[in-house]
Design a protein around this ligand. Structure first.
Ligand SMILES: [Cu+2]
Length: 157
């Protein structure tokens, strides 16, 4: 009787442990598989135009949560501009920002680009939502240098 009970307990314990292990393995495979299968998505946003227009091109960008992006920011205009999107930046994980031989790792909320500058921001959006973008130079947002950055949940794109 007690041997049977012990045997039953062990079998149940083994099953529970198997299911638990399987879940971990599946979870790792699902995440790892997606990270390997999905290449980085490269996008470019221009800050201003060569003609001096105060706008972002494009002004609306949609991102998918969980996907890794290489966002190239450049400034083809004759004056300095900012890519300011604090709430958007709070909703993602930044891997790095690279510009002119310097690589910055960690949280980024705002980037300043001088005329002709180019920067590459590598990140993974995480928190779905619609976030505002603007240039922090006085008068630029008012003149139309604003945009909208949207993060959609994976599968909703
Ligand atoms: Cu500006």
């Amino acid at each position: 009787m007690s041997r049977l009970a012990t045997g039953f307990w062990n079998w149940r314990q083994l099953l529970v442990s198997l299911v638990f292990s399987l879940t971990i393995v599946l979870g790792i495979t699902a995440n790892g598989g997606r990270a390997i299968a999905a290449p980085d998505v490269s996008l470019t946003v221009h800050l201003g135009t060569a003609a001096g227009d105060l706008r972002f091109e494009p002004a609306q960008v949609k991102f998918m949560a969980g996907q890794r992006y290489r966002l190239v920011l450049d400034n083809p205009s004759p004056e300095k501009h900012y890519f300011t999107a604090k709430d958007f930046a709070d909703g993602l994980w930044t891997q790095k920002v690279q510009a002119a031989g310097v690589e910055v790792k960690g949280a980024i909320h705002e980037l300043e680009l001088k005329p002709g500058a180019i920067a590459e921001w590598v990140f993974v959006p995480q928190r779905p939502g619609v976030y505002e973008l603007h240039c922090a130079i006085a008068g630029h947002a008012e003149a139309g240098m604003v945009g909208q950055l949207e993060i959609v949940a994976a599968g909703d794109a």
